[in-house]
Design a protein around this ligand. Structure first.
Ligand code: DAH
Length: 342
């Protein structure tokens, strides 16, 4: 083979190899093996001295053309590989900014006690009740004295509380809202008054020093205990369905006469008797009664003209029954792992 022929063979083979080169490294190896110090083409150029002078010019010119052709082909291939790599990377890293987010945010939900509170409230609002409220830090006078619990009355012991000073307490129940209503709302009215209340109680499965109540207060002329029972039945059935039974049990509260406690049939055992209802089939959920005439008089109303009915619901109790929670602490500890299930 003449030198010119081998030059062309080298070129044709090299051009073919470049086409198959898949990476920058492969191309670099090819370049070195052809154009490097001990490359094929370099080798041929080195032998030029041995050629006849007339041949030398032709071989020299061809060798230069081959070299240029190879260099051009190499850089073209390099560029093509680079572009392909970039295109592949764009494809790989493509994001559709209009698509839905990948990271989901945890959804919050309402605390079971809030859900319960809202159901009771909505049932009562549906019967014409309005929301009303009072402060958590209350005058002793509103919390006790005007509710017919004068200083030194033994019934005060039932609701020991936290004193801020001699005349200011953390309210022990939502009943002082009744006094605030009597002092500021013109009867007739139907009010629902929810909120946090406080007592000096040791924490156990059924006691918490902070808990939630909901006071209902109705004032009109000619109300009877039947109106009270009907109202209470309606809210219990709205929250628990028509199948639960209720009963009123005589009780004592200084601010009602007569006084009663309302029980509902135990939702855990369906009334057969279990650990939660202590085998009785009934669970107490509220205190209620016909407002004591002294309370009305204390606030300037004539009890012969006006009648009031009142009830105080333990919201945590109702939530326990609704959701089958057997330890009240779970309702106040705010452990998201527990609350998530409701
Ligand atoms: N305040 C009472 C308590 O915390 C519950 C209660 C009883 C409220 C009778 C009332 C009522 O309005 O009439 O134990």
């Amino acid at each position: 083979m003449s030198v010119l022929e081998s030059l062309r063979t080298i070129r044709d083979e090299a051009l073919e190899q470049f086409k198959n080169g898949q990476t920058a490294e492969e191309l670099e190896q090819l370049r070195v093996s052809l154009l490097g110090k001990s490359g094929q083409l370099t080798g041929i150029l080195r032998t030029m001295g041995k050629l006849a002078p007339e041949e030398r010019a032709a071989v020299g010119a061809e060798a230069n053309r081959v070299k240029q052709a190879l260099e051009a082909a190499l850089s073209e291939r390099r560029e093509a590989l680079q572009k392909a790599a970039q295109a592949a990377r764009f494809e790989r890293e493509r994001i559709d900014v209009t698509g839905p987010g990948v990271r989901t945010r945890p959804m919050g939900r309402l605390h079971p006690m809030t859900q319960t509170y809202r159901e009771i409230r909505d049932a009562l609002v549906g019967m014409g009740f309005s929301l009303f409220g009072g402060p958590e830090i209350e005058l002793d006078e509103n919390n006790f004295t005007l509710l017919n619990l004068p200083p030194d009355h033994p019934a005060r012991d039932m609701q020991d509380t936290f004193y801020v000073n001699d005349s200011v307490v953390l309210r022990t129940h939502t009943s002082p809202c009744e006094i605030r209503a009597l002092k500021s709302v013109k009867p007739p009215f139907r009010l629902v008054m929810p909120g946090r209340v406080f007592r000096v109680d040791e924490v156990d499965a059924s006691h918490s020093p902070v808990f939630m109540q909901m006071e209902g207060f109705i004032m009109d002329k000619g109300l009877t205990l039947g109106d009270l029972k009907g109202t209470l039945d309606a809210f219990v059935h709205a929250v628990f369905g028509e199948d639960v039974k209720t009963r009123l049990r005589p009780s004592y509260f200084p601010f009602t006469e007569p006084s009663a406690e309302m029980d509902m049939s135990c939702t855990i055992c369906g009334g057969k008797g279990c650990r939660v209802c202590k085998g009785t089939g009934w669970i107490e959920i509220l205190g209620c009664g016909v407002t004591n005439p002294h309370e009305l008089e204390n606030c300037g109303f004539d009890p012969k003209e006006w009648t009031a009915l009142a009830f105080g619901i333990g919201v945590d109790r109702v939530a326990s029954l609704k959701f089958g929670i057997s330890d009240i602490r779970l309702e106040y500890e705010n452990d998201a792992r527990f609350l998530r299930q409701f």
